[in-house]
Every structure is written in structure tokens, then in C-alpha cells.
Design a protein around this ligand. Sequence first.
Ligand code: BQF
Length: 298
Amino acid sequence: MELIDGKKIAAIIKGEIAREVERLTDKGLKRPHLAAILVGDDPASHTYVNSKSKACQEVGFESSSYKLPYDVSEKELLETVDFINNDQEIDGLIVQLPLPEHIDNHKVIEAIRPEKDVDGFHPVNVGRTAIGLPSYVSATPYGILELIMRSGIETTGKNCVILGRSNIVGKPMAVLMSRNEEPGNATVTICHSKTKDLKSVTSKADILIVAIGKPGFVTADMVKEGAVVIDVGIHRIESDKTKSGFRLIGDVKFDEVAAKASHITPVPGGVGPMTIVSLLMNTLKASKKEIYPGIDRL
Ligand code: BQF
């Protein structure tokens, strides 16, 4: 079994981004700038936004965060999005999810200008990804593609089974793995809560991507000998062995599945760090106007 070290691969990519930022600033161009909107005081969301601004700092990006109270109105949030949309200093804008119940996620995401939507959640970017036009690719699937590519895993002609059909992981992952590109050209199956005889489907996977959102859901009997297993799950489990009082586990029972897999991602240190790095790659693209060259922001 080979461990896919997301933390290490993420560090290599951060080095590449940092060199590119240096090249830009040497030419007198401005540093890429990522802005994050954070609503409420969910501790995990705070951790994620902090990780993102720390990552920005590491590669020489500017970053800003806009913190709004949990009871902020949808209107006020939309106004904040619009304010950042119109700030020409800011290249990329993300709204940390989840949002409070009283706010319509779709409305907020659609308010972000597609050319600043570095999370790749806007329907314009989702649609462009689906039809193979230049786009911001959703950070987690983009990170998984990089992981697969940089681990030398071939995908062409392979059976790729995706557990989970969310808009931000499962669905875009299926689009990416089935496109006529490398990585891609896989035969893709999406499974979800209504799939019958799940085990018979997952057992045929050469590449199994798990984003079902249930801790320890995938067990060894569901996995084919020699499969590549990508664990997207991330769950906080109480622990008296850590300073924080919790530890992270994935959707896969790591030890028993690792014994069967040819390659496997750990949690933490697998897909998570790659998600952050993808956001940096998208922000770099935004500052260079790579995806939407025709659109000059104000
Ligand atoms: C690691 C996220 C669910 C819902 C909203 C590194 C992250 C996580 C783990 C991280 C995630 C998950 C993020 C590790 C961002 C990934 O070492 O294993 C980084 O910061 N993530 C998010 O912003 O929103 C989420 C998961």
C-alpha cells in the first residue's frame, strides 16, 4: 500500500505558487488577493477560514476576511458580496459554507461574479466545467485531480466509483473523471443513499472516491484488492488524546481498507490540504485573468 501524502503534495504546489507570485511582483504586478466571507461562529468554519488565510500568507497572497454575525440578513450578506465584487483589489471571493438556515445558499453563490468565484460554485463555472470550457473548478475535485495526477495514477479506462452526489464534490468529480482528458477517461458510476447493493458496485471500483459524509462508512469488504481509495470525508471525533479535544477521521475505515488498497489518502493530511491549495491555484488564475480574459473588472 502506498500512502498518498496530500500534505506533502500541497507543500510542493505551494512552493510553485510562491515562485509564480515572486515572478509577478518582480514584474511590478500586484499580489493575488483572496477575500473570504464568514458568517456566524461555527468553530470548524473558523478553522477553515484561518487555514485559508494562513495558506495565502505562505505563498505571498493578500487575504481579507469579512466576519458577519449569525443573524445577518440575507440582504446584508448579498450587499457584502456585491461590495467585494466591486473592489478591484480583490481577485477571488469565497463565502464559507455552511450558511445559516435563513439564508439561501444558491442566491448568495449566484451573487458572486463568476470571474471572482474561485470556489467554482457559481452555476456559470459549474456549467463551463461540465462542457469543457475554461472555468474555476470546485476546489475539492480539483485537488483530487492534482493528487491523482501527481501520484502517477492512471485513470484512462478505469472504473471510477464515486460515493456521494453533492454539488461541490460528487457531481463535479464525476464530470472531471469522465472527460476526454488525462486525468479523466474513466468509466464513472455515482452512488448515493438510494443505490441498491452498494457493495457490489464499490467492489468493482479501480478508483473509489468517497464523499458520503458518514464517518467510517467504507469498510474493507466494500473495496477491491488493489483499488485506489480517495477519502473526502472529514469528521470531528471527541478525543482525550489531543490538545483540541477532538481528532479528525474520514468516511473510510482507514486501517482495514489500507490493507487492501494500492493507494489511499489519509485523514487528516490527504484531500483536505489539496482543497486549500486548489483555492490558491484558482486565486492565482483569477489574478492573471486566465479563465475570463475578456472581462475587465471595473
Ligand atoms: C487535513 C470543509 C466540510 C464542509 C465545509 C486540511 C482542511 C481540512 C482538512 C480544510 C472543508 C474541508 C473546508 C485538512 C476546507 C477541507 O489536513 O486533512 C485542510 O481546511 N478544508 C472548507 O472550507 O469547508 C468545508 C468540509
